[in-house]
Design a protein around this ligand. Sequence first.
Ligand SMILES: C[S@@+](CC[C@H](N)C(=O)[O-])C[C@H]1O[C@@H](n2cnc3c(N)ncnc32)[C@H](O)[C@@H]1O
Length: 232
Amino acid sequence: MPEGKQVQAMFSGIAGKYDLLNHLLSGGIDFYWWWRMARASGATKGRRLLDVAAGTGDSSIALAKRGAEVVSTDFTHAMLRLGPSKFRQKKLDPLIWASSDADAMALPFKDETFDGITICYGIRNVEDRARAYSEFARVLKPGGQLTILEFSTPVIPGFRGLYIWYSLKILPSIGAMISGDKSAYTYLPESIRTFPDQKRLAMELEATGFKSVRWTNLTGGIVALHVGSKPG
Ligand SMILES: C[S@@+](CC[C@H](N)C(=O)[O-])C[C@H]1O[C@@H](n2cnc3c(N)ncnc32)[C@H](O)[C@@H]1O
């Protein structure tokens, strides 16, 4: 796992092209994955959610579209600063507040502040996941839910081979061509390959005290949605 400063430098370098590449490399299915995440998170009117590692804010937008109040935060300023104009454009700015930069491992929020926490494609990049989980538990209200959307391990054998070929051979070239940064899009499949699979991630969450941990595979397990609750 690269150090936080390296992760920040990497995302600062690709921030301007991040949204375009997300939509292009996923074939547009990223919107469906955020929609599923928002539905699973229990985002509704009257609930206050913290979207950690929110990047340019698309994950926060999916939550606010369901009426939830969202604090959108990230430790890479170059990513986070791109969110507010999108929130205004979608007239969701009354619901989403882009906080100042915050590290998932040291959240600048009081204990028991949020009804839910979401983190989409962020936890894979966090240097010390256990530290982040305990921060999530600290700022969640009792009974609050953590929702993680993350790349995972495809579960359909033939499909897995095709996906590995795409992510190792095609994705880095397109990513490098458009972003001008070869290393960021070589890091992406490598970080996915070394990230815990569905079951191991669930065990990590249980080991840090989250209850009722379960997951749903999306698109054959290319990504997985994990949820777990802070004991009430
Ligand atoms: C792939 S982007 C995901 C952005 C957004 N959630 C989405 O779904 O498009 C990953 C984000 O995680 C952030 N990140 C990585 N490590 C972090 C940490 N320790 N604390 C806060 N943000 C972090 C990066 O700055 C980057 O913006």
